[in-house]
Structures are given as C-alpha cells and as structure tokens.
Design a protein around this ligand. Sequence first.
Ligand code: PLP
Length: 550
Amino acid sequence: MVSPLKYVRPNILALSPYSTARDEFKGGDISVFIDANESPFRTGFNRYPDPRHRRLKERIAALKGVEADNVFIGGAGSDEAIDLIYRIFCEPGIDNVVAMSPTYGVYSVAAAINNVEYREVDPGADFAFPVEAALAAADAHTKVIWVCSPNNPTGLAVPVEDIIRLADSFDGIVAVDEAYIDFSPVASALPLIASHPNIIVLQTFSKAWGLANLRVGLAFSDPRIAALFANVKYPYNLNGPTQREILRQLDRDITPQVETIKAERERVASELAKYPCIERIYPSDANFLLVKVDDADRLYDHLVSRGVLVRNRNRVPHCAGMLRITIGTPSENRLMLAAIADYCHMPAPADDAPQSSARTATVIRHTNETDIEIHIDLDGDPSASVIDTGLKFFDHMLSQLPHHGGFALDILCRGDLQVDEHHTMEDVAIALGDAIRIALGDKRGIERYGFVLPMDESRAMVLIDLGGRIDFQWDVTFDREYVGDTPTEMFKHFFQSLASSLKANLHISARGENCHHIVEGIFKATARALKAAIRRDQFSHSLPSSKGII
Ligand SMILES: *Cc1c(COP(=O)(O)O)cnc(C)c1O
C-alpha cells in the first residue's frame, strides 16, 4: 500500500512546524506559568488554549469510532480543512485538482487562492458523481479529487463503492466532503480511512449539529496526513471557549432533530410536487432540496417579498432555473409552501401536519444600525434562554418574557449604542414580533387572547389579541428619563414596534411609583398575557375565529 506522504509537497514534508510554549511543556507540577508572555491577570481568556485540542480530539474520536490521531479539528469550519488540503498537497502553478460541477463553491475559490488549476467534470443523471469522467480528467499532476457527498447544491450522496473505486484507481488524494452525511441514507466513507490511506473525509458541526456559528470542522485521515494538518494549521486555530462549548454540545442527541429534517424533506418535496411552477425536484440525501422552477428569478423575488429567503442557483452552471431550499422547521416550511402556493395562485396546502409540530422561529437581521439574531421556541425550556442586547436594564426586562411567558427565547443584538438606544430597542421589538408571529404559524389551535393584572406596588395591565389586526394603546407615565442604562421613553416605542410586527392588538396601562417596577410590571404582564394567548387549546385544532381566518 502506497504511503499517502507520496502526494505531499516537499516543502511541507520538510517543514519543522512552529512549536508553541504549551507544546514544549511536557507536563509537571507547575503553578507559575510565565512561559508564554500571557497576561497574569484573569479575564477568563488570558491563557492560550490547548493548541492540540487533545480532549476534544479524544471525544470526537470516540464518537466517530476512530483514533484520536486520525482527527484534525478546524477552527474556521471544514473550510479550513479544504484550504489546508491545497496547501499540503498541491504545488501552486503546477498541480491540479478535479471536481464535479456544480459543487460546493469553496473548492474552486480555495484552488484559485492557492494558484492551483481546478478541473471540472460534468455530472451524471440526477447529478450523480461521474466516477469515470473524474478519473479520465486526472493526470500526473492531479493531486486531489473532490467528492462532495451528499453534494451541495444538488443533494445526492455518492455510494461507498464509487469512493472505493476512485481511491483504488486514482494515484492521489480522494477528499470526501460529508458536510450533510447525517441526513443521508448512504453510509459514510469514514471507515475507509483505515484501508485507504489516500482518502480524507471532511465533516462539520455546522449542519446537523446546528453549530455553524462556532466554526468547527473535522478532517479524518491516515495519521500521517492528520499530523501534517496539525503542522500546517495556525498554531491556535481553535479557541478555548469553542473547545469547551463543543465538548458540552457533544452530549446532545441530535437524532430527533435530524429525523425531523428528514421527514420534513419528504413532506416538503411531496407538497412542492403539487405546484405547476415547480418543474422538477431533485432527489436529496441532504437537508435541502434543489428544484427547477418556471422562472427562478421571479419566484426568488416573490419569496423575498414574503420574507422567505432561499438560495437562487439560477446562474450556477448546470443549475439554470433552479432554487436551493433548505429544510426549516415545520412552521417555517409551511410559510415557504404557502408563499409558493400564492405565487402559483393556488390555495395554501391543507395543514394536516400534527399540531405537535415545532412552534419555533429564527429571525436574523443585519442592518447598518443593528445585528440581531432571535430564536424562539414557544414550547421550549425558558431556563435555556440567552438574552444579550448590550443594554443591561433592557436585557433584564426582556428576560422576563421567557420566564413569565413560558417559552424559550434567545436574543442576541449588537447595535449602535454609541449613537443611542433607539435602533437597538426598536429593531429588537420588530424582530421579536416577527419571531413570535412566524413561530405561531397559521395560529391553528391557539387561545388567541390573554390578559393579566399584577403586581408589586405598581400595577400593569396588558391586553393582547393575536388576531392579526394592529392596534396599540399606551397609558403609562414615567417620572424619570432613565431606568438603569435604558431611556424610559423608548419603552412605548418598543411595545408599539412589537405590536405592529407581531400584528397584534396590544393595550398597556400601568401606574406606580417606581419606574423600575412599572417597566418590570409591564414586561411581566406582557409575558403572562402572551403565555395565555399562545397556549394551545387542548380541545381545538381549529382557527380561533368565527370567520375561519385570523
Ligand atoms: C456548509 C458546507 C461546508 C462548510 O462547513 P463549515 O464547517 O461551516 O465551514 C463544507 N462543505 C459543504 C459541501 C458545505 O455545504
């Protein structure tokens, strides 16, 4: 069996890698760490992280059934591993790689950055990977064949026999990118690294694990290649909080979520098939569907106008007229299907999905003034909520919503607080209203109304009707301009913005002596009112209106 080192660039083979202070420390009873020019003052982050990610590697190895020395962990997602593969194997200006077209765009961009020729071969039927064409395109200077399985954006996985045939026939590296393998019925190529030292398998935490924000990707290979990944990577490519967070996240069981996505993929595909504007739905082993439509740009614009963002692949080779639709939560998928139905002038699909379907929504909004990410799960665990807008008092008030509303709510916002609080509070209100409205979906089975009247020396009364008509009444006076770091006048604006994006009728009145308590009373009362309004009526799956629509 050939050594995979045969394919490595001579300068990389000869490299004596950078050795960090922590690499040189072989262990011992040390209490004074003055070896790395770190600050001795505690910030929570003043010490360098483990450059070799030992604990994490062992945990991942155990999870995947390989050895720790088969594992490379990338700190910029698997995109880091893709770039490293070029740098380890491909001599700039001399070597080339082969890939199917269309496929994941990073392979060709990373080739261009590294000045490596990128050879494309056409796909087979249904976008199957063209094994023979890829082998035929390879020559003495071909170092890597890229195999994306399941392929992005087309969806099909590559059978393991095809990977074996490539690895047996090709005198070079077969890089198998399995970003979507958790959604696929086709087996992973991972076990092949033991028998085929020229196979590298890439995986990521960004898709099925739901950790795209952490930017952690994986490469599994023969230990000789994994050692080269470790030598060529930036010394501290994975920060400490990320290493700890991944270790914590690995205790989760992702199976239920993966199963939901797979079931939704089939449901969405069968719904889409009913619409005349959808000309073809490609078979998918991933968490998305590639569809050919009558007019991709027009449908794309229509979906955007309905607040639904898909990926327009119209200008990608072999993908003219196509959109790539990621499978969302059941309620997100319902909104997407309703928007497509509307485009086709057809009624929205009959909603026979069980009411136990997830009532969740994600709203991501980046503007010049604010970057906001909100996630809500109306049936989720309130104690898992994370709220951070940079305004302490506002955060304290917002955190009343999940606790008293009985839902899970994450709000992350970074706004132009150096200007003032206005955009942060307004944009959070708008995004929060959108999130609640989207999570409620068509509102089938909810109670619709709620009201409550607490608390303290102050009293707050909040009436809410999620019926779809916007009205806002505010009868509150404050005798101070600020509570903590938050201007009191902004609360009226906050609730007004919330009412309009939620499309709700919201009446708020409050009296009291202490501004803090008045605001707190309003937030708690709003949360209680929401809790009552969004609660599912156990006995009714119908719409809570005599007109049948709200
Ligand atoms: C999303 C994706 C990745 C990127 O993963 P990161 O780990 O987030 O960099 C890799 N390959 C394919 C095919 C993808 O679609």
